[in-house]
Design a protein around this ligand. Structure first.
Ligand code: ADP
Ligand code: MG
Ligand code: ZN
Length: 497
């Protein structure tokens, strides 16, 4: 029997607010442990939470970008459980009445749209450390850092609509793009701003009921999501094929060992004793606020791609590569707006030279050569002043200096020779030296043209402008008696553009 994979994801996103969700502590990553805390986020008795409006606005923006319906009235609830990183003994979340419902996300690299069941606001918990901050063994003890307590999160719950581990990875990467384009979060997986729990089950192909699922926690990179799901699908398949049954449970992914392991039995929502948060009123949003947010939505990656494909004549694959982050796309648009040539040329340079250079420098596009300088460099290629190869050298040369492309090309002796008088001399020389090939050409064997171009390039030490070489050669071979032509001005058919 063959099986179909069914995956649904629960993604937690840290919102890029200035302060935490219910207090005024800064929302920042990487500070010394327990320096970003106050009586509210430490859950001291008698303190009261106050909802952060910026977090609400960011969550609304994200919900709208995902095509979800924002509820005019949503309710905070207490999710009760004990864990040492949770000083209050409960997490303030949303349960029955979440901020938004019924959205969707179309995958970037697969023909699949995953429905989004709900999107709600909640606070983060603290963090347990099992070694000393900065490294060092802690035997028989753990430390707790409360800096992350009450950092604002949005949880996005998909329907079980994904059908392969690669689709789950695509979903997450697409979602990350949306987060970056909407500036809702820095979506940094290593720093935990984007975290994913993956639910997965299998069922016989053709079946319409869901199989029993397991939920994998601790997936902190895109590759881990796909890898853990592949392992889990294989495990469930082996289990079912050998007559066993999948039990509903929570598993953890051990990337080093390359296995998923059972962590605990799956808790049910009644285990959490959810009840409406008595210290916060329901969140009531007036229509104006939602309308305003709708009007202020920035261009989303799929719309931008469509626009670049039509406006810049980009190929789909290039549009995908160059819209990976809004910063890269903005760079592309900026270069293209000052460059008089084809935007497609800019796209080709970005996806090869610029991305390669950034990679070798381990830098972000923010650190790339200024768009105007790149545009001038590309223009020199179009003018015939630089060969493409020479332009690549000039690029690395001027990347972090303030030398202009023209200056660097001059200094390095890379400017192409476009002087017709010099070039005609070379052309005549090679034609004279190879009468047999010249005769062949005149007899219609045009393939020998390549031979002549090669000889002229050699004489010029690679600096002759190839289009001019070709034009002069054609003239010399076809229209002239090579022994007689001594008047270069006579063939001056105008200078290059
Ligand atoms: P819970 O309330 O226990 O967290 P939900 O029904 O809310 O469970 O589902 C949580 C996530 O698990 C959702 O993303 C959903 O799409 C996914 N999911 C639910 N059932 C299955 C299943 N049988 N196989 C794969 N994913 C599932
Ligand atoms: Mg859940
Ligand atoms: Zn606080």
């Amino acid at each position: 029997m063959s099986y179909e994979t069914v995956i649904g994801l629960e993604v937690h996103v840290q919102l890029g607010t200035a302060t935490k969700l219910f207090c005024r502590c800064p929302n920042r990553f990487g500070e010394p442990p327990n320096t970003l805390t106050c009586p509210v986020c430490l859950g001291y008795p008698g303190t009261l939470p106050v909802l952060n409006g910026q977090a609400v606005d960011l969550a609304i923006r994200l919900a709208l970008a995902l095509g979800a319906e924002v509820r005019r009235r949503s309710v905070f609830a207490r999710k009760n459980y004990f864990y040492p990183d949770l000083p209050k003994g409960y997490q303030i979340s949303q349960f029955d009445l979440p901020l938004a419902e019924n959205g969707s996300l179309s995958l970037t690299r697969h023909h699949r749209t995953a429905r989004i069941r709900r999107l709600h606001l909640e606070e983060d918990a603290g963090k347990l450390l099992h070694e000393m901050p900065g490294g060092g063994v802690l035997s028989g003890a753990s430390l707790v850092d409360f800096n992350r307590c009450s950092v604002p999160l949005v949880e996005i719950v998909s329907e079980p609509d994904l059908r392969a581990p690669a689709e789950a990875q695509d979903y997450l990467q697409t979602l990350r793009q949306v987060l970056l384009y909407t500036a809702v979060s820095d979506a940094n997986m290593e720093e935990g701003s984007l975290r994913c729990d993956a639910n997965v089950s299998i069922r016989p192909v053709g079946s319409s009921t869901l199989g029993t699922r397991s939920e994998i926690k601790n997936l902190n990179s895109f590759r881990h999501v796909a890898k853990a799901l592949e392992l889990e699908v294989a495990r469930q398949t082996r289990l079912v094929e050998s007559g066993g049954e999948v039990v509903q449970e929570t598993r953890t992914f051990d990337a080093d060992a390359g296995v998923t392991r059972p962590m605990r039995g799956k808790e049910e929502s009644h285990d959490y004793r959810y009840f409406p948060e008595p210290d916060l009123p329901p969140l009531i949003l007036d229509a104006g606020r939602i309308e305003e947010a709708t009007g202020a939505l920035p261009e989303l990656p799929w719309d931008l791609r469509e626009r670049l494909i039509t406006q810049f004549d980009l190929q789909v694959e290039d549009a995908l590569t160059l819209t990976a982050t809004p910063a890269l796309a903005a760079y592309l648009e900026c270069v293209a707006s000052t460059y008089p040539g084809k935007p497609r040329t800019v796209a080709n340079w970005l996806k090869t030279e610029i991305l390669r250079e950034l990679k070798s420098r381990k830098a972000d596009v923010e650190a790339a050569i200024e768009p105007q300088r790149l545009a001038r460099l590309l223009t020199m290629v179009d003018d015939g002043r630089l060969s493409t190869g020479a332009a690549k050298r000039v690029l690395t040369e001027i990347w972090d200096s303030d030398e202009s492309a023209a200056e660097a090309a001059e200094r390095l002796g890379l400017l192409q020779i476009r002087d017709e008088a010099i070039m005609s001399g070379w052309v005549r020389q090679v034609v004279d030296e190879h009468p047999r090939q010249a005769a062949e050409y005149r007899a219609g064997k045009h393939r020998v043209a390549g031979f002549f171009v090669g000889r002229v390039m050699q004489l010029s030490e690679g600096r002759a402008e190839p289009r001019l070489v070709q034009r002069l050669l054609r003239q010399a071979l076809l229209h002239e008696d090579p022994m007689a032509a001594e008047d270069p001005a006579a063939e001056d058919v105008g200078s290059e553009p």
